[in-house]
Design a protein around this ligand. Structure first.
Ligand code: UDP
Length: 490
């Protein structure tokens, strides 16, 4: 049965207005809102997705909803649920297929299961949604809802798909064929880039780019002491001296040489306050390219520190010698219903245990507590800020908010041109660096070395990246685009 989310607090219009470099965004947004207010009068906007926490969609919705409400557009957020693990296995398979991965064969009874689980959630929503309301359904999991709700209530229905692939294969075709009958019930589709618009939505689709909240806990500026406090309280570093706030109840755990997960600062400091650090923060999803990233880091150390390609410059070599890799993802407790996530953790675990003790010291695989959304966001924020380079080594990526988050913080980003989302955000050599193949450990290792060696370039990439996010990927653009679209369709 679905439930309505109590939207977590986020910044209001006046908070943004108080920040010099954001004030003009607020003015523009208010002007857009004035233009559509009369058209949307009396209509509530319903956002529906399949999780209240974890991943890009749950990340963006609270800020969007707070802003919409603040601008005078009543908005609710509902999350669908299912007690059938097979339902989420199926939707995960569909997710992978849309990314062109996995078997195009869906299990027997897939359609019945998909319809049954959507129907029980549709009943909850039908009781609450009023005629004339606007239903925005996010991603494939709840996509059968619109047809079911519209049999009972006359609503305007839009489908917001956050995933996609810029090419077709048997898997993508099978996924879209499966979804097509459910998607007919939507007036309009919204995608992150034109390359993702499936045939079913030709002539009734718009592109709205995902965005970040510059004042949210994930992205707001943190004073130096605050960064140290968060890293210490979450057990990512050993306490350098007494701190005012107490340690967090749930802390960051690090994979140990004996295979256990223990508080990250238990035996050793990763070195976040002093060493060069390369970080990737993502869900434990194979398509995030964790394994090739770990292999590339091992190659970086082998080749460029003592190997044939060892750097001659003393300071450069020392930087390569000291650099450490942080692989950070959600606490496995929070993803118990995600068998693929568990498999990815086990696979990385096995790869890590096969490394030499010295290499194990240089690679920190850490799990971030998810019990508090706010603390999780602050930990990610502080960890990204403590990084010399942020990597997003995704083999596929709908958009990649983690890329935007690093760009906003002026942390040089290393990603690849194969993943469509990152390629759209990062102009190679301007806002960061792109490799051509995220699975080529040699190319990735050489690029890491190159980036570590050129601090002046790192500063320039960071500056340019932040400007790009400021003009293209802040939440104001996203909310304006939604309001203009809804005004047009209403
Ligand atoms: N994230 C997080 N904690 C984690 C892992 C990821 O807060 O342990 C966040 C990350 O900072 C980003 C979002 O989850 O805001 C992931 O969005 P993205 O678009 O990068 O990928 P998705 O998960 O949607 O595939």
């Amino acid at each position: 049965m679905a439930f309505v989310v109590d939207v977590p607090a986020s910044a209001t219009l006046s908070d943004y207005e108080a920040v010099a470099h954001l004030a003009h965004h607020v003015e523009e947004l208010e002007e857009t809102a004035r233009g559509v207010r009369a058209k949307l009068k009396g209509r509530k906007i319903w956002m529906v997705n399949s999780t209240a926490q974890g991943g890009g969609v749950a990340e963006m919705l609270p800020t969007m909803i707070t802003l919409l409400r603040d601008l005078g557009f009543p908005t609710e957020w509902a999350v669908i649920e299912s007690s059938e693990p097979a339902f989420f296995d199926l939707t995960k398979q569909i997710h992978n297929m849309i990314h062109g991965e996995g078997s195009p064969e869906l299990p027997a009874g897939a359609r019945e299961l998909f319809e049954r689980e959507n129907a029980s959630n549709a009943a909850f929503l039908t009781e609450r949604i009023k005629p004339g309301d606007i239903l925005i359904v996010h991603d494939p999991q709840p996509s059968a809802l619109a047809g079911m709700i519209r049999e009972q209530v006359d609503v305007l229905a839009l489908w917001r798909c956050h995933i996609g692939l810029d090419l077709e294969n048997a898997s993508t075709r099978a996924a879209w064929d499966f979804l097509a009958p459910f998607l007919d019930a939507y007036e309009h589709g919204v995608f992150s880039t034109t390359a993702y618009v499936p045939e079913a939505f030709t002539h009734r689709a718009s592109v709205i780019t995902p965005a970040i909240d510059p004042l949210g806990d994930k992205n707001r500026e943190l004073h130096f002491h605050k960064v140290v406090g968060i890293l210490t309280n979450s057990a990512l570093v050993r306490s350098p001296s007494p701190l005012v706030p107490p340690p967090y109840d749930d802390v960051v755990n690090r994979l140990q040489g004996d295979g256990s997960f223990r508080p990250a600062n238990m035996w050793d400091n990763i070195g976040l306050l002093s060493r060069p650090i390369i970080t990737q923060v993502s869900r434990w999803d194979r398509l995030k390219g964790w394994r090739p990233l770990m292999e590339a880091f091992v190659e970086l150390k082998r080749r460029f520190v003592n190997g044939d390609d060892a750097e001659q410059d003393w300071a450069y070599r020392r930087r390569l010698d000291l650099v450490r890799l942080v692989l950070a993802g959600p606490d496995p407790e929070s993803i118990q219903d995600d068998p693929e996530g568990q498999e990815v953790i086990e696979d990385l675990h096995a790869a890590y245990l096969s490394l030499s003790p010295e290499m194990q010291d240089d690679i920190a695989m850490v799990t971030l507590p998810m019990s508090s959304r706010r603390r999780n966001a602050l930990i990610v924020n502080a960890l990204q800020r403590a990084s010399t380079i942020v990597v997003q080594n995704s083999l596929r990526e709908g958009f990649g908010l983690t890329v935007t988050e690093a760009m906003w913080k002026r942390i040089p980003i290393l990603t690849n041109s194969r993943a469509c989302g990152p390629r759209h955000q990062v102009r190679d050599g301007v806002d960061g660096c792109l490799v051509s193949n995220p699975e080529d450990s040699g190319e990735l290792a050489a690029m890491m070395s190159e980036m570590l060696g050129h601090h002046r370039n790192r500063d320039l990439w960071g500056l340019s990246a932040q400007r790009r996010v400021h003009s293209e990927y802040l939440v104001f653009n996203q909310v304006s685009a939604w309001l203009r679209l809804l005004g047009r369709l209403a």
